[in-house]
Ligand binder design. Sequence first.
Ligand SMILES: [Zn+2]
Ligand SMILES: [Zn+2]
Ligand SMILES: [Zn+2]
Length: 428
Amino acid sequence: MKKVLIVCMLLTAFALAFASCDESALENIVPNHTHQFGEWKTVLAPTCTETGREERACECGEKESQQIAALGHTEVIDAAKEATCAEDGLTEGKHCGVCNEVIMPQETLKAKEHVFVDHFCECGATDGTVSAGLLYELTEDGQGYAVSIGTCTDTEIVIPQMYKGLPITAVKAKAFMQNQTITSVVIPEGVTVIEGRAFYQCEALESVTIPDSVTTIEVMAFKRCYSLVSVTLPDSLTEISDSVFCDCVKITSLTLPEGIKRLGSSAFANCSRLESINIPDSITVIEPRLFEGCSSLKSIIIPDGVTLIMDSAFCDCLSLESITIPSGITSIGVGMFEGCSSITSFIVPEGITLIDLNAFLGCGNLKELVIPSSVTEIRDGAFGSCPYLTDITFKGTKEQWIAAIGDYNWYYHTVSVIHCIDGDITIE
Ligand SMILES: [Zn+2]
Ligand SMILES: [Zn+2]
Ligand SMILES: [Zn+2]
């Protein structure tokens, strides 16, 4: 009976132990067990707004768990941005740096109006009355800007007078060179120089406005502007350099300002439709090939101040009929009237001492030629290839003529008689 009771007590203890602890084999062996929990372990991480959960466990398998509080947002300030004329602005805002939730939204501040001073806003925008996108580079002296095309795509270029508080003083060398779309250019007052090749071969360029501040147009500035019709040259101009308007085949008329000091070589060469041009009194030298190929030019007056006409100045002026040469000139230069096929009669002015190489070469219609006694030298080819020149009138003696002509016998082909004051020289 006693044994039975002990067994019952053990069973009861077992049952109690079983009820209070998990059915691990170990528990069965250690019935009176106090849980020994381990470290808390996160089983669900909390977020900014959601709670999490953590658990810990005893060796016996018993677990307990508890909530982890939500973390709350981590505020990050979104800085305010002032509105400019180029861009909208924003008010200050906040967002969470962890979950990116917007806590305080930013509001858009509308862009400001441009403020234009001398056609430009601080942001670089232009007011629409001058070309946008032009490039401005400080000149060497830092006193102004040289302009060039930059990113401008206008076909009608309007250059402003001022940029960032300084005047535009130059159209830079090659500024618009070989641009095939621009049709007109307005250069502002304040520009003093149009540099070399600035508009070279701008084939669509029809019209150029040059202000009364430009003093110099440099080499080839408008060469090969095949469409250029309208150019007004200002009184301020003192120099048109070499080949400036060379090959401008549509220009019909040019008025050069009084006071201009220099017309460079070939400056108007091949202006094949140029019918009318004046040479101001301020010019002293007609440079080489100045009017070469001006095949529509009928007459020209060289003013009294000119003392030198250089090589080929009027070469291939196919329509030239009349030219006035001042008394200060002492020679008919090399090739001066070469190919001038409209000259039928030419009276070499008194005072000329030299008729140089090829001076009248190829004057295909020259019939009448009068040479003054002042001429003491006539060089090779002076009257070569002049098929209608059969006789020449010389206002000196036969002896003077023979001295002037030297041993050169060019005239044997077509010229048969030289009428001298003391009789004729007849060529067999
Ligand atoms: Zn336990
Ligand atoms: Zn958050
Ligand atoms: Zn602006």
